[in-house]
Design a protein around this ligand. Structure first.
Ligand code: PMT
Length: 415
């Protein structure tokens, strides 16, 4: 069965040159079995005529918020209820900004506010506009609210410049849309995620910690929920808004994080250790605030914290485990060493110390497992989280299938 068969797809067109590709998009959607209705902004009509879209979609095209003839049939509320998904292509910088602040000043933005159907954007704009801080902030806000971004792609632009900002090709947009109607990849899986830093007390007012903001771990927890998993989040102190998860446990120290993880581990299929857990803590925290007494230096004696991942990997019935490696040098070598040393199934490695990795909204990642690797280019953490989980789902499934095959063959041998 084709995923888009009998689905109602509302295509919104923004005012950009990539609008000329929308007839091809509509044709592919109809070939995939979808019914398509088109809504255009005023600016879009400068690039392509409603008549063209009407002919290709075999349906009336809508452009006006206040249209007496429409209110009798397909007004903005009816259109927003009719849609199984809304795809805006091209989504211009202006349209993204209006959606981010919740403006309802034309038919398209109004029905986007009114719909409960998934909203997908295919951004297309000059690469500098896409990179502008305002557009990046709007994109991140929309992603956080659950809006899907398809693209943009890198390449030659209408203005003659080269960069990130080309609209995804129509056939790829159809493929991306199909994923909305296929069962979620992690449906039914129980995932335990750790996130953020830990704090190791020096005295009642001071602690040792690190620069982890929790953004990467929270993005993974949110994406796992969106992909159908039941998520338990064990988080250190971050100051970020908490993501919506099934269960959340707040902790402060590495010891508390370990206790929380071990109390939940039996009820999880996949463990993702994204937290930046302290490797050392003061041997004993002073019970009173340490006073300044005029010495030039103060010596703190530290001890190793227990390694949470290793403790999990040593359990007799352990989940599929994924660790992170934060490195300032020899990324691949150190990540592979940790993968083997700590006995995990997969490791996600990132450079830290510069302007990505810790604290930033973006990251670039290398994913390793025995016999394989995958590179994820610099992108928002909220987007990377989905790619990481897709790789995890694939590796988890292949491990599961091969272990089933082994036990099935054992049964066959014993007969
Ligand atoms: O939070 P952000 O600001 O968004 O930044 C994201 C991040 C950089 C923190 C994240 O992407 C990341 O790399 N997290 C792991 C950081 C880290 O502690 O790396 P490590 O190389 O020191 O540890 C390797 C692995 O062992 C990690 O999975 C860690 O959770 C785990 N570990 C470490 C120490 C310990 N005592 N127990 C552990 O389980």
């Amino acid at each position: 069965m084709k995923p888009l068969f009998n689905k109602n797809i509302l295509v919104g067109i923004g005012g950009g040159i990539a609008a000329y590709k929308v007839p091809e998009l509509v044709r592919h959607l109809r070939d995939a079995g979808a019914t398509v209705r088109v809504v255009m902004t005023q600016a879009a009509t400068a690039f392509i005529t409603p008549l063209t879209l009407q002919a290709i979609s075999s349906n009336p095209v809508y452009t006006e918020l206040f249209d007496p003839s429409m209110e009798a049939g397909m007004g903005h509320i009816e259109l927003s209820r009719w849609a199984d998904a809304v795809l805006i292509a091209p989504a211009t910088a202006n349209l993204m900004a209006r959606l981010a602040i919740g403006l309802a000043d034309d038919l398209l933005t109004t029905l986007c506010l009114a719909t409960s159907a998934p909203l997908c954007l295919a951004p297309a704009m000059n690469h500098l506009m896409w990179a502008a801080p305002a557009t990046r902030a709007n994109r991140d806000l929309l992603l956080e609210r659950g809006v899907r971004m398809f693209g943009p792609n890198e390449g030659k632009q209408a203005c003659g410049e080269v960069g990130l900002g080309r609209m995804e090709e129509p056939v790829d947009l159809v493929r991306s849309l199909e994923t909305l109607f296929t069962p979620p990849l992690l449906a039914g899986q129980r995932i335990l995620v750790t996130a953020g830093p830990t704090r190791e007390a020096i005295d009642p007012v001071r602690f040792l910690s690190n620069r982890s903001s929790g953004k990467m771990g929270y993005a993974i927890a949110s994406a796992a929920m969106a992909m159908g998993a039941r998520v338990t989040l064990v988080t250190g102190p971050t100051g970020q808004p908490f993501p919506r998860v099934t269960t959340r446990i707040n902790v402060l120290s590495a010891r508390e994080m370990q206790e929380a993880v071990l109390s939940q581990i039996d009820a999880c299929d996949i463990f993702i250790a994204c937290a930046a857990v302290a490797d050392y803590r003061p041997i004993a925290a002073a019970s009173q605030k340490i006073k300044k007494r005029g010495e030039h230096s103060l010596t703190l004696v530290l001890e190793h914290t227990d390694d949470i991942l290793t403790a999990v990997n040593n359990l007799s019935h352990r989940p599929f485990t994924v660790g992170f490696a934060a490195e300032t040098d020899q990324l691949e070598l150190n990540a592979l060493d940790k993968l083997r040393h700590k006995g995990m199934d997969m490791i996600v490695a990132n450079w830290v110390g510069g302007n990505i990795g810790f604290e930033s909204d973006d990251n670039a990642l290398q994913v390793y497992w025995e016999g394989g690797k995958y590179e994820l280019d610099c992108a928002p953490k909220v987007k990377l989280a989905y790619s990481i989980l897709e790789i995890i789902a694939e590796r988890f499934q292949s491990k599961h299938v091969s272990s089933m095959t082994i036990s099935e063959s054992k049964i066959a041998l014993s007969r």
